[in-house]
Design a protein. Structure first.
Length: 202
């Protein structure tokens, strides 16, 4: 495992994520179904072309990125934990993740995931305090990459009286097992796809 400290969304960050299973797809990986097969061809295509196809970025997503710096500062003030910004945690040539921040709490290494959603999404979180499955999966994969036993889910919206919700989640060995099985299956499939394409081209 190697931690790279270049800026997220930079050219270096885009390049190192290319052709890898990342935590953004953790739920798909753990499910191990047809979605994983589709993801394998996506990753194989990135390996072959050296490029990631651009994805649509909504206004809400751009707003969330802008608010993340404010959320980070407020989180540090509320918890007393200093957030270390990192670029990418590289596990191997086919796997890695981009934590929003790492935390050094005594001898413990853990991390934090920031979300800055729209008003209606935030209102629902205030109502049920539930984490979306894809975000839960994302944090579990990030935990497995650095050996963390817990992670902080920090959600921020400055338009509400309760402007920040912080939920601590524990490492889930059962989910981690599904994730590791999915990764093993996915990596083997990507290598098979690349090998077959290479043989067909020869």
């Amino acid at each position: 495992m190697q931690i790279h400290n270049f800026e997220q969304h930079s050219d270096e960050w885009q390049a190192i994520r290319c052709g890898k299973f990342t935590a953004s797809f953790a739920n798909t990986i753990a499910a191990g179904g047809t979605g994983l097969e589709t993801l394998c061809f996506k990753i194989a295509a990135e390996k072959l072309t050296g490029r990631k196809e651009e994805t649509f970025k909504s206004t809400a997503m751009e707003q969330g990125n802008e608010l993340e710096a404010v959320a980070r500062t407020l989180f540090e003030m509320k918890t007393g934990y200093a957030v270390e910004e990192v670029g990418f945690v590289e596990v191997d040539d086919l796997e890695g993740s981009s934590p929003d921040g790492l935390l050094h709490i005594g001898d413990e290494l853990t991390g934090v995931e920031f979300k800055c959603p729209k008003d209606n999404t935030y209102a629902k979180l205030l109502f049920d305090r539930q984490i979306k499955p894809e975000y839960y999966a994302q944090m579990q994969m990030q935990m497995s990459h650095i050996g963390a036993r817990r992670w902080f889910y920090c959600v921020y919206n400055p338009h509400f009286a309760e402007e920040m919700v912080i939920i601590e989640i524990a490492f889930d060995p059962e989910f981690a097992d599904k994730l590791h099985k999915g990764l093993d299956k996915g990596k083997a499939r990507v290598r098979e796809i690349l090998s077959q394409i290479g043989a067909n081209h020869a």
